[in-house]
Design a protein around this ligand. Structure first.
Ligand code: DUC
Ligand code: ZN
Ligand code: ZN
Length: 473
């Protein structure tokens, strides 16, 4: 039974911090000890297989990115990270678990799509992985298939109010799926944007010759996010289904979530780093076709409307509970370029799985969030939200030995030119310089990253059979 002792660091949890040593035994956390603790009068450090010096560093539970799309067919192409490359990049960035989306398309069976995702991921991953189920075709078969998802360890599913003709569900379909969710205990996840109205506006803009990436953000107006968020909340209220709204970017959508939470509804929100640091004007509005790098949905919002500040505030007030990435990478050459002359053909997505922990630590540096909140947003709450808590999201006896040793005095230069590990020919984060550094990453007791070296291997990552949401009011 291999044992590792992490000594001298400051252990951060969602509720506090303090000096402690952490003992990992056989892949699990065995003890969190007073510094220099002795057992049976012996110096513990002399009796373990290996020690890691974390003096001056933070010791945090491994990051959990609950929203990724590895090798997802989308927008006439396929997301450029495989499970192998994407989870390796996640490890580099201190994320030790991802939850990816198995995709049921129109005409497909849910069970087949889930089996397909297992085939893609099995034996490929550097870190542990779970699945949500996208239901892109709500019909009698898929509703029946939802009965079996919880037993498969897939305790959440996603519907789309956007993308008519691709993944879109109308209100009747949403109503039926939420009824099923209330019966089965599955968590409903929602892409909340009014797709039919957006598509009408896209048509108008293109007809006016407004084809640049910037107009992606114009067409996907905040009103369309607020409206859909409200409608999703009402349908969830009616059906008594817990609701998790993904990639929230509009401050008005946050107000809808907050109002529902204030009356005790089980409604939750997720945001992503791009909605905190980027804007319609500065990135989507970059000259020429450059803005295509930042085409994602929901879109980056106007800095003049102060959405970014609203989202930071929601992270403090717990009106938004988690930060994921919506990692959906596409290369510029041959993929983003599909939309030259027509922004609606640009594959939607940004790659960030490698940078989330660093980017959110920046919020600690600037005083937007506390250290504890950083851990809560990026690890502990995702674990609770998606039924992994106890095993993941916490440094406590019995939990998996998933640990990041983070150097607050370190520095991280982000981007392709700084040799990121995502399978992309560009970076949406090129040139970002942030305080803090992921020094050591441990997954179930195995060191994956240490001192700038990758020590992991594909196939180390195991499927996480998730339980029901542990975050309900
Ligand atoms: N948004 C994206 O940006 N990419 C994938 C799907 C989505 O909803
Ligand atoms: Zn989405
Ligand atoms: Zn997504």
């Amino acid at each position: 039974m291999p044992t590792t002792l992490i000594q001298g660091g400051t252990v951060i949890s969602a509720t506090g911090k303090g000096a402690a040593d952490v003992l990992i035994e056989d892949g699990k956390i065995a003890a969190v000890l007073a510094p220099g603790a002795k057992t049976l009068g012996e110096n513990l450090a002399e009796n373990v297989d290996s020690t890691i010096d974390a003096t001056g560093k933070y010791v945090i539970p491994g990051g959990i990115d609950a929203h990724t799309h590895m090798q997802m067919p989308f927008g006439g192409t396929e997301a450029s990270d495989t499970f192998e490359t994407g989870t390796r990049a996640a490890a580099w960035g201190g994320t030790t678990s991802i939850v990816d989306f198995a995709v049921q398309k129109y005409g497909e069976q849910v069970v087949d799509s889930l089996a397909d995702w297992h085939d893609k991921a099995a034996g490929q991953c550097a870190v542990d992985y779970g699945f949500h189920q996208i239901i892109g075709d709500v019909n009698a078969d898929s509703l029946a298939a939802m009965d079996g998802l919880m037993d498969e360890g897939v305790s959440s599913f996603k519907l789309f109010m956007a993308y008519p003709g691709v993944f879109y569900s109308d209100d009747a379909q949403i109503y039926k799926a939420m009824r099923k969710a209330a019966d089965t205990g599955l968590l409903s996840m929602m892409h909340a944007e009014n797709g039919p109205a957006i598509d009408a506006m896209v048509g108008e803009l293109l007809a006016q010759g407004k084809t640049d990436p910037y107009y992606h953000g114009v067409a996907r107006a905040w009103q369309m996010e607020e409206e859909a968020t409200h409608r999703a909340i009402m349908l969830a209220n009616l059906t008594n289904a817990p609701l998790y709204v993904v990639h929230v970017s509009a401050k008005q959508a946050v107000e809808q979530l907050a109002a529902a939470r204030d009356v005790g509804q089980n409604v939750f929100g997720e945001t992503c780093p791009q909605y905190l640091y980027m804007s319609l004007e500065d990135q989507l509005g970059a000259p020429g076709f450059e803005g295509a790098k930042w085409v994602c949905s929901t879109p980056l919002r106007s800095k003049h409307e102060h959405h970014q500040e609203g989202i930071w505030q929601a992270l403090r007030t717990n009106d938004i509970q988690t930060v994921a990435t919506d990692h959906c990478p596409f290369c510029f050459k041959g993929q983003k370029e599909l939309g030259i002359g027509d922004f609606s053909k640009i594959p939607n997505g940004i790659g960030s799985v490698e940078h989330r922990m660093d980017l959110m630590y920046q919020g600690v540096v600037t005083g937007e969030i506390t250290l504890e909140r950083w851990v809560e947003l990026t690890s502990t709450t995702p674990a609770r939200m998606f039924g992994m808590y106890g095993k993941k999201g916490v440094i406590a006896p019995g939990a998996d030995g998933d640990i990041v040793i983070y150097d607050p005095n370190g520095h991280t230069s982000i981007g392709l030119n700084k040799t990121h590990h995502m399978n992309m020919d560009h970076s949406a984060w090129e040139g970002f310089e942030v305080d803090g550094h992921v020094d050591t990453v441990i997954s179930r007791g195995k060191v994956l990253i240490d001192n700038g070296e990758y020590l992991g291997k594909k196939g180390h990552g195991e499927f996480i059979k998730r339980q029901a949401c542990q975050y309900l009011v």
